[in-house]
Design a binder for this molecule. Structure first.
Ligand SMILES: N[C@@H](CCC(=O)N[C@@H](CS)C(=O)NCC(=O)O)C(=O)O
Length: 197
């Protein structure tokens, strides 16, 4: 399998964690792509987004939730609860984390624009979604022993917030901060972390 990714993408990080947890690290070749500038990606993914997974027979999978679903089904790690309320909650929290990630990327890209061209109202709206999401996660009761697609998606996004200095998310959220500290020591988190120069 070939995973088209970018090193800092939180969505690609989520996929790489799930791949590692399912024992697929050696079965996946990582290929760096710049999704905003490399139009060759669009030929296989019309959205031109990473992560995009190319299976051995050439089948193309995107987006990250679909790729994670496939890897977990094939690998059997059981990161996506099988049914009922646990499954609904895990998938809802994954959607929340992914949405917060999309908001964060919008903030980062807006902040890259010249100061006088930035749209404060756009940044403010995206940050509102991130803050509200963080407040929900603070009361979600995550514990170090629970590691499903929900916690993986959240950990990937929190690491991205740190890497891109999106928001001081630890302020006023001691539960989330303590949980993330422990989650960051998991082998799948360590192996997939990127050190910025
Ligand atoms: N919903 C998608 C989001 C992926 C995404 O936004 N990836 C970003 C990089 S972190 C990207 O490729 N953006 C390029 C673009 O949207 O044009 C997923 O979960 O895979």
């Amino acid at each position: 399998m070939r995973l088209l990714y970018s090193a800092l993408s939180p969505f690609a990080r989520k996929v790489r964690i799930v791949a590692h947890e399912n024992g697929f690290t050696d079965a996946i070749t990582l290929e760096t792509v710049a999704p905003f500038t490399d139009e060759s990606l669009r030929a296989i993914n019309p959205l031109s987004q990473v992560p995009t997974l190319i299976l051995g027979d050439g089948e193309i999978l995107f987006d990250s939730s679909v790729i994670c679903d496939h890897l977990d089904a094939e690998g059997g790690a059981g990161l996506i609860p099988a049914g009922g309320a646990p499954r609904r909650r895990a998938l809802t929290l994954q959607a929340l984390a992914d949405g917060m990630g999309s908001a964060a990327i919008a903030v980062v890209r807006e902040r890259m624009r010249p100061a006088d061209e930035q749209r404060p109202e756009l940044i403010e709206r995206q940050l509102k979604a991130i803050v509200a999401g963080l407040d929900l996660l603070e009361t979600e009761g995550f514990t170090p022993d629970l590691w499903t697609i929900a916690q993986i998606a959240v950990a990937a996004q929190l690491a991205y917030f740190d890497a891109r200095q999106v928001i001081d998310w630890r302020e006023g959220r001691p539960n989330l901060a303590v949980w993330f500290e422990a989650a960051s020591r998991r082998p799948s988190m360590v192996v997939t972390s990127v050190q910025l120069a």
